[in-house]
Design a protein around this ligand. Structure first.
Ligand SMILES: [Zn+2]
Ligand SMILES: [Zn+2]
Length: 369
């Protein structure tokens, strides 16, 4: 069998973007089939799949997620296994996360597990935020119920091999908000006859700028007023923004505020609002976090409590139901290239770190018996 490093290097050289991870899935399924799993559940509506290993005795079910996708950026590093595809690269380290789960599968293949169910979830389209919701639905269709759900990500800026724990929120909730205004155009020489949304849109932007706080803020994505026609005072416009907050409740209140001030500012203009790309906050449970902390202590990983949540949302939030969740990070070096940068390469030493933690976490969850 290939080593986990060889698997990582193969995946790194053959990256596929979100939703197109067919060869990645085929390659992994071929490997994982040789690890004597109890079952491999393949989703016929996506490239995702879930591998199950069951122990001889009953016990808690634990799910560990990895992502299958790469990003649409050309790799610039000179590693011998660099991407063979121009314009696509494993620059977020998902190749490493997949190798970690392959290492876990290989260890189970040689030693087995005594109790419970270990589910390894290979999720497509994480980068576009489209994959996890489908995989959560797929798990339900297959009647896969888990007591615990875990995910990890490698993280530059922290010491190599350190385990970063997020108490409460791991990643912010977010939503795209589209606010459309419809008024009445006029000749540019007689703007007094127009109902134009220019002032309305700018007063909303000013209000939101004043309200921005580190744990609840918005980013203006686009402003469109009229079109490039110098003879016309525009009669319509559209403001698009992304709102983010550390909790679902705060995001909901913030969205309501944005909609209310838009209505208050609309005057005689007609207004329509739409919510797009909604992500709940990814919230960790103490019980699941504690399993990771205990596992880190056992395997010698330095535990760091993250000073603040990630402000970018993660679709792992859709995995949350009545289970215990923990999303943690593994440090890949203070000076490591940032995620998504052209020179990013996953640190191979973290394959063992990640697999050690997962196996230890699993054992600790089984002690709930
Ligand atoms: Zn990424
Ligand atoms: Zn990632």
């Amino acid at each position: 069998m290939e080593s986990s490093e060889e698997i990582r290097h193969y995946l790194h050289a053959h990256p596929e973007i979100s939703g197109k991870e067919t060869e990645t899935a085929e390659y992994l399924i071929k490997y994982l089939s040789r690890c004597s799993p109890s079952n491999i559940y393949r989703d016929d509506r996506s490239n995702g799949f879930i591998v199950r290993f069951s122990g001889r005795r009953k016990g808690p079910s634990c799910l560990f997620r990895t992502e299958l996708d790469a990003i649409p950026v050309t790799e610039k590093s000179n590693v011998p296994y660099r991407s063979l595809k121009c314009g696509v690269g494993h620059l977020c380290g998902h190749d490493g996360h997949m190798a970690i789960l392959c290492e876990v599968a290989a260890r189970i293949a040689s030693k087995g597990i005594s109790s419970g169910n270990m589910y390894l979830m290979f999720q497509p389209a994480e980068e576009t935020g489209k994959g996890a919701e489908r995989m959560a639905e797929f798990a339900k269709e297959k009647k896969i119920n888990c007591d615990y759900c875990f995910a990890l990500h490698n993280m530059p800026g922290y010491p190599t091999g350190s385990i970063i724990i997020y108490e409460g929120t791991y990643a912010f909730a977010s939503a795209g908000i589209e606010i459309s205004f419809t008024g009445r155009p006029s000749h540019a020489a007689t703007p007094e006859f127009a109902e134009t949304p220019t002032d309305n849109i700018f007063s909303i932007i000013k209000d939101l700028e004043k309200r921005n706080k580190p744990d609840c803020f918005s980013t203006i994505i686009s402003v469109n007023i009229g079109e490039e026609n110098y003879g016309i005072t525009p009669g319509n416009g559209k403001l698009c923004l992304t709102a983010r907050a550390a909790t679902d409740k705060n995001l909901k209140d913030y969205i309501n505020h944005i909609i209310n001030i838009s209505k208050e500012n609309a005057g005689s203009l007609k207004i329509a609002t739409a919510i797009k790309d909604f992500f709940p906050a990814t919230v960790n449970d103490k019980k699941a976090n504690d399993k990771v902390i205990e596992a880190a202590k056992e395997t010698g990983g330095k535990v760091i409590i993250a000073p603040e949540p990630q402000k970018a949302s993660d679709d792992f939030a859709f995995m949350r139901s009545d289970n215990e969740c923990s999303f943690f990070d593994i440090g890949c070096g203070e000076d490591h290239a940032p995620l998504h940068s052209e020179n990013f390469d996953f640190d191979d030493s973290l394959i063992k770190t990640g697999a050690d933690i997962i196996c230890s976490v699993y054992q600790r969850c089984q002690q709930d018996l």
